[in-house]
Design a protein around this ligand. Sequence first.
Ligand SMILES: C[S@@+](CC[C@H](N)C(=O)[O-])C[C@H]1O[C@@H](n2cnc3c(N)ncnc32)[C@H](O)[C@@H]1O
Length: 313
Amino acid sequence: MTVHIPVMLDKILELLRPWEEVGLVVDGTLGAGGHSRAILERCQGASLIGIDQDQSILDIAREVLSPFGDRVRTVLGNFRDVGRILADLGSPRVSAFVFDLGISSWQVDTPERGFSFNYKGPLDMRMDMGRLGSRTAADIVNGWSMAELAALFRRYGEDPFAYQVARAICRHREKEGPIETCEALVSVIRSAIPAPAQRKMRGHPARRIFQALRIEVNDELGALEELLDQLPSMGSEGCKVIFITYHSLEDRLVKGRMREWAGQDLGVPLTRKPLVPSEEEVELNRRARSAKVRCFVFGEPRRRRCSHVPSKT
Ligand SMILES: C[S@@+](CC[C@H](N)C(=O)[O-])C[C@H]1O[C@@H](n2cnc3c(N)ncnc32)[C@H](O)[C@@H]1O
């Protein structure tokens, strides 16, 4: 089984200091439980509610966190419903929220889930595994018009070849029928981008298109906005909100909202600039390369505005 290495774990733990004062932590993106396990080990008095929308990864997390017994509660759900989830659990006071956005290595490396341009598999990409009857990536690729696809690839993939790829997809559909697999989509993308441009690219030529589809399939930015709307009403005095983001669209939303909260005097950012991984971490874990960590603490007086953790190690 692929092991997911928790990203920027040391920085997350530093942000949670003083550890002895940490009470209830909500991990809204539990994944395989890597961050949660470390938090529970380090903060002896902490308990944790772990939320994930993916049933199969939640099963892994339950196993990983079983040694912590009743200090842990896991919930199958979307963090966009965090208000309702916590209300159902009696609206407990929360010490810290942690959100490590995106998908885990385990999901990426499970070909049947269809997240990866490196494997053969169905073009699926649904984090909730269809629990809520959501569309698959294949539904979008085969159902949307060329203009809609190009706009999607530009908006969520920031792909300079958005139009060319959308056109190649539509031509392929007309001539050869629907695109149902990851490998078929990769081949269409490759056919649309000139070879010299592909050679100059940093990363896989299909990376941006796959990112755009994944964001759309899972309404990732919509869920994030709904979550950000709710956090101020759940962030009691001293409650920390920590985000790990992996692309500029996510980071922009988080950064903008933390600025607004500070402007409304709801608290202060603990990270004036986003924290980024060290070169050593990126070397050990490629997934960390685009990570940015931001933290906001609710109810803190303005004069404490400072960065508790150096922005680079
Ligand atoms: C990067 S992984 C988290 C890894 C985890 N921190 C660890 O160390 O094992 C992100 C996880 O969040 C879940 N996820 C993403 N968006 C979500 C959402 N809107 N609601 C609930 N879970 C979500 C994914 O299914 C995935 O398991």
